[in-house]
Design a protein around this ligand. Structure first.
Ligand SMILES: NC(=O)c1ccc[n+]([C@@H]2O[C@H](COP(=O)([O-])OP(=O)(O)OC[C@H]3O[C@@H](n4cnc5c(N)ncnc54)[C@H](O)[C@@H]3O)[C@@H](O)[C@H]2O)c1
Length: 303
């Protein structure tokens, strides 16, 4: 199957450099018309410049593709709405949103300033939510949409010095879970990508030989598959150095211990059975937890 985007219109945020630039170039090369968005700031989110997005637009056009530049900050909802209007006015639709914009303000939690915590949440979580909200009515009306969140192994599993970033990145997975459910009847599919790549963001974080293996272009196929017509929904796809994995948020079978004064002791004693991974499932929605729990209670009472 060709992973083709003829006739599709895509918005890629944070596409002035790093992974976003490669996402925009790849979508355009495979036929999509692309809004190349980037605030053009430093890795900590300070400053702004439209030079980088204009260069990417020129690269796409030089290769025979179609692209327009947008320098909005994803944190500014009005500017994000104007960006979506720019896409609609130019090409009549928006099929794909790749929420890729991001910043870092790394410090151990003990030393972290709450202003840096808030800013990182603002860019990653509110930025993604702003973009989703702005494209949503158009995707609903056309009964088609593909949204790719950019999460991170830090959000999924943690990393020293990135409490703000990890919280904001897993929040995008939370946003994905409900948007995928709400979007299903309009064929809006929402997925998350967890990349590992040598970019300016990882420069100081990983050793040189590791960075060498982590060519950013190795991440792009996972984004393309999640943005394509054939995409799954509610998937968390991990990609780096040519390897691909999936992350799941699972629910274990657990135990029924009932309700009573002795339950804390029983739970403490049998915690390993509650957390055991045999027979765990990936629930199709949040209501599954309650169904499993009520089901166990009813079974214990002979229903
Ligand atoms: N590189 C990795 O290993 C890695 C790992 C996990 C997640 N990620 C995520 O992948 C995405 C891309 O990161 P990258 O590694 O290419 O780094 P990068 O710094 O090159 O790219 C991020 C881009 O987002 C832009 N941006 C920042 N704030 C913005 C705002 N408010 N509005 C619009 N644009 C804004 C920046 O100008 C920059 O061009 C980020 O969301 C990052 O958190 C990267």
């Amino acid at each position: 199957m060709a992973v083709d985007f003829q006739g599709r219109v895509a918005i890629v945020t944070g596409a002035g450099g790093g992974l976003g630039r490669l996402h925009a170039l790849a979508l355009a090369r495979r036929g999509a018309k692309v809004v190349v968005n980037d605030l053009g700031g430093a890795v900590d989110g300070s400053g702004s410049s439209a030079t980088a997005v204009q260069k990417v637009v020129q690269e796409i056009r030089a290769a025979g593709g179609e692209a327009i530049a947008n320098a909005a900050s994803v944190t500014d909802f009005e500017a994000v709405q104007a960006m979506v209007k720019q896409a609609i006015d130019t090409w009549g639709r928006v099929d794909i949103l790749v929420n890729n914009a991001g910043i870092l303000r790394d410090k151990s939690f003990a030393k972290m300033d709450m202003a840096d915590f808030r800013l990182v949440v603002e860019v990653h979580l509110m930025g993604a939510a702003n973009c989703c909200k702005a494209v949503w009515p158009h995707m609903q009306a056309q009964n088609y949409g593909r949204i790719v969140m950019t999460t991170s192994s830090t959000g999924l599993y943690g990393n020293f010095g990135q409490a703000n970033y990890g919280a904001a990145k897993l929040a995008q997975v939370g946003l994905m879970q409900t948007l995928a459910i709400e979007g299903a009847k309009h064929d809006i599919r929402v997925n998350a990508l967890a990349p590992t790549a040598a970019t300016r963001m990882t420069e100081g974080l990983l050793p040189e030989p590791v960075l060498e293996a982590l060519k950013p272009e190795a991440v792009v196929p996972a984004m393309l598959v999640l943005a394509h017509e054939s995409a799954p929904t509610r998937a968390i796809l991990c990609a780096g150095a040519g390897g691909f994995e999936a992350a799941h948020i699972t629910l274990t079978q657990g135990l029924y211990l009932g309700i009573g004064d002795e339950v804390p002791e029983a739970l403490a004693e049998r915690l390993a059975e509650v957390t055991a991974s045999e027979g765990q499932q990936v629930p199709g929605g949040g209501s599954v937890q309650g169904q499993v729990e009520v089901g166990k209670a009813m079974a214990a009472h002979g229903h």
